[in-house]
Design a protein around this ligand. Structure first.
Ligand SMILES: C[S@@+](CC[C@H](N)C(=O)[O-])C[C@H]1O[C@@H](n2cnc3c(N)ncnc32)[C@H](O)[C@@H]1O
Length: 225
């Protein structure tokens, strides 16, 4: 189910314009193969956000076939991008799509678990990320975020996707069989964490499948905006 009215969603889709033919084709391919990629309305929101932030170093957890990484590369041509994927088939598809687009110098693809790969980046002293996109296993957002903060610059913006999980986060009634109990509980805990920790400032938005936009205030929460 959509978290917003279907008529409103369809209406908003009229205003969506893909960044390029390549991305339009990749989105069609993903939709045909049922690979979940960022929703059109989420991309519409990210367009403006990225124009405001103008990130130089982007970290993504959850590459899938590389759609969003390629979107970031096109939208932010000056940014260096690191994207992490733990599924081998998806990782290979992403590497192929990125190579075909000629973006393999701009986009670093990392294979493995999000947290483990971020810790490896930290050990190699690769840090200073100013934009993070969390879009992988929904019950692990807290450990992805905590790892990401260790390589983020003060003032970094972190976007967490699918926080409403087709409205299930908001109400158990959307999960009548209790199939998603753990994901729901953990996402609720995550939202409490990112809206109450003094080092973070977060807005929760019902865009797409729900997104959280968080600013990292720095280790001691000292920075004010
Ligand atoms: C929703 S898809 C990502 C979509 C992509 N960001 C896009 O918009 O084009 C989520 C991906 O996260 C990957 N994933 C799940 N758990 C992960 C983990 N622990 N570490 C890294 N990737 C993970 C899945 O294999 C899947 O391909």
């Amino acid at each position: 189910m959509n978290i917003t009215n279907d008529i409103v969603t369809a209406y908003l889709h009229q205003f969506y314009h893909p960044q390029s033919e390549t991305l339009a084709e990749l989105r069609s391919l993903a939709e045909a193969d049922r690979v979940p990629v960022i929703l059109r309305e989420t991309e519409l929101y990210l367009n403006t956000l990225l124009s405001l932030i103008r990130p130089k170093k982007i970290l993504e957890i959850g590459t899938a076939i590389g759609y969003s990484a390629l979107y970031y590369a096109e939208k932010c041509p000056d940014a260096e991008i690191y994207t992490i994927e733990k599924d081998e088939t998806a990782y290979s598809a992403a590497r192929h799509n990125i190579a075909v687009s000629g973006k393999e110098t701009q986009i670093h693809t990392l294979f493995g678990d999000g947290q483990t790969q971020i810790e490896a980046l930290r050990d190699q002293q690769i840090s200073g990320f100013d934009f993070v996109f969390i879009d992988a296993a929904k019950s692990h957002y807290k450990r992805f975020l905590d790892a990401a903060l260790s390589v983020c610059a003060e003032g970094a913006v972190i976007v967490s996707d699918n926080i409403l999980q087709k409205a299930m986060t908001a109400s158990d009634s959307y999960d009548p069989q209790h199939k998603h109990k753990t994901n729901i509980r953990r996402m609720r805990e995550y939202l409490t964490y990112i809206t109450s920790d003094p080092t973070l400032e977060t807005s929760l938005l019902s865009v797409g499948d729900g997104i959280a936009v968080t600013i990292y205030r720095g280790e001691y929460g000292a920075r004010t905006f």
